[in-house]
Write a protein that binds this ligand. Structure first.
Ligand code: AMP
Length: 426
């Protein structure tokens, strides 16, 4: 198979690393890719937003299969445009990507098909939204309907804060994503992520993970795209996983089919494990970043045939083979992240870090110039390690982090604390 991978973050390096190991992979291209994907294949400067340009590239390179990493091209309909040109792409259609692209769409689906989630109401006017907030009281959660790069959710602990969020969103703080606002019940519990591979009709579990969204140790500081993650998430026991499949994932697939928009691709359920059982917080329609960086090292099966089977509507219900080890990844970010960061500082020591047993460094925002590796974004490296237990994975990941020479970077020092505490307690 000649494969094109769309994207250029840490998630795509992990996917490229896994795809390149497939005996079925004859050639791998990444657009735009990063210095990590360049170790697994060839980076190409195709403008991903220009779907015609992607189609032209696929034709000239005789690409058989396209794998789409990020949500933005999915929501923009890249899978539909490739399909119209006769090219198979892994990921949902534009209509099915609404599961991530519109919170209102997902909440209505949950209501119609009995999928457990927070109680909610949708608003297109500020006054009605404010009245609802006052009626319900705090804590309460205010969300922009559309894609807002992680900035569209405010968990308000006071009414005034919720009203301010409503005013901000309708005032254009998140652009078009805020023309509609969803207000929902605050759910209490522990959060975890569940992934399923879907072929429109069937789903097979693709692993579990927990991430750390806040920038600083102790889950303090501003929200980020994710500062680290580990897989599996011990809180998602086999019993809870079975409930998630039965009560959330399967009814979602059935509901999407009933609406005429079958879902194909990776369904990533953000869950709250409440005393009343698992509830859906949100869906993403692709792998998480950095969760993908801990799922791929644990996946022993070849990923290409199952992705192809999903696109053909022919997923085998046999489950995939997974390593029994735990994987943990620590994000190294540029100082200042998630605010403004400086680019261009030099990074050394990746080979030394990868000499730690079980360790691997996935690139995110890096750049290679004249043999020098430099920082080129907010989240820059994902230092990942496998270990027989989460504590060992954590120890190895930080041993690898300590070998990276990049004074302009920082990381959290407590990734995995919840899982380590749980293991110590059990
Ligand atoms: P989302 O983008 O919908 O995943 O929301 C971002 C974060 O806000 C989640 O990871 C949760 O930590 C929090 N959150 C979202 N919805 C709720 C809710 N209904 N109750 C409590 N926390 C929530």
């Amino acid at each position: 198979m000649r494969v094109l991978l769309i994207g250029g973050g840490g998630r795509e390096h992990a996917l490229a690393w896994k795809i390149a190991q497939s005996p079925l992979c004859e050639a791998l291209f990444a657009a735009p890719g990063n210095p990590g994907t360049a170790q697994c294949g060839t980076n190409v400067a195709v403008a991903v937003e220009d779907h015609n340009a992607v189609v032209r590239f696929c034709r000239s390179e005789r690409i058989d299969f396209v794998v789409v990493g990020p949500e933005v091209p999915l929501v923009a309909g890249i899978v539909d445009d490739l399909a119209a040109a006769g090219i198979t792409a892994f990921g949902p259609s534009r209509a099915a990507a609404q599961l991530e692209g519109s919170k209102g769409f997902t909440k209505e689906l949950c209501a119609e098909f009995g999928i457990p989630t927070a109680a909610f109401a949708r608003f297109t006017e500020k006054a009605a939204a404010r009245a609802y907030v006052r009626e319900r009281g705090a804590p309460i959660v205010v969300k922009a309907d559309g894609l807002a790069a992680g900035k569209g959710v405010v968990v308000a602990t006071a009414i005034a804060e919720a009203e301010e969020a409503v005013a901000m969103m309708f005032g254009g703080s998140v652009g078009a994503a805020g023309t509609e606002v969803v207000i929902e019940e605050f759910l209490e519990g522990e959060e975890a992520s569940f992934f399923a591979l879907c072929d429109g009709t069937r789903a097979i579990p693709l692993g579990t993970a927990q991430d750390h969204k806040r920038a600083y140790d102790g889950d303090e500081g501003p929200n980020t795209g994710g500062m680290g993650a580990y897989s599996p998430a011990p809180v998602l026991t086999p019993d809870i996983e079975a409930r998630v499949m039965r009560e959330i994932v399967e009814p979602t697939l059935a509901g999407m089919r009933a609406r005429g928009v079958p879902f194909v691709g990776v369904l990533y359920a953000g869950l709250m494990l409440t005393p009343g059982g698992p509830k859906l917080i949100e869906y993403n329609v692709r792998f998480g970043d950095p969760e993908c960086q801990v799922l791929m090292p644990r996946l022993e099966s070849d990923i290409l045939p199952v992705m192809r089977d999903a696109c053909d509507g022919a997923l085998d219900t046999l489950s995939l083979r997974w390593s029994h080890e735990t994987a943990l990844t620590v994000v190294l970010a540029a100082r200042g992240y998630p605010g403004a960061v400086e680019k261009g500082s030099e990074i050394r020591g990746i080979d030394a870090a990868e000499a730690i047993p079980g360790a691997r460094v996935f690139h995110a925002g890096t750049r290679e110039e004249h043999g020098r590796l430099t920082a080129n974004g907010g989240r820059v490296l994902n230092v990942t390690a496998l270990g027989s237990k989460v504590a060992e994975a954590q120890e190895r990941a930080y041993a690898a982090v300590n070998r990276i020479d990049w004074p302009e970077g920082f990381c959290r020092r407590d990734i995995g604390w919840r899982a380590v505490a749980r293991k110590n307690a059990s």
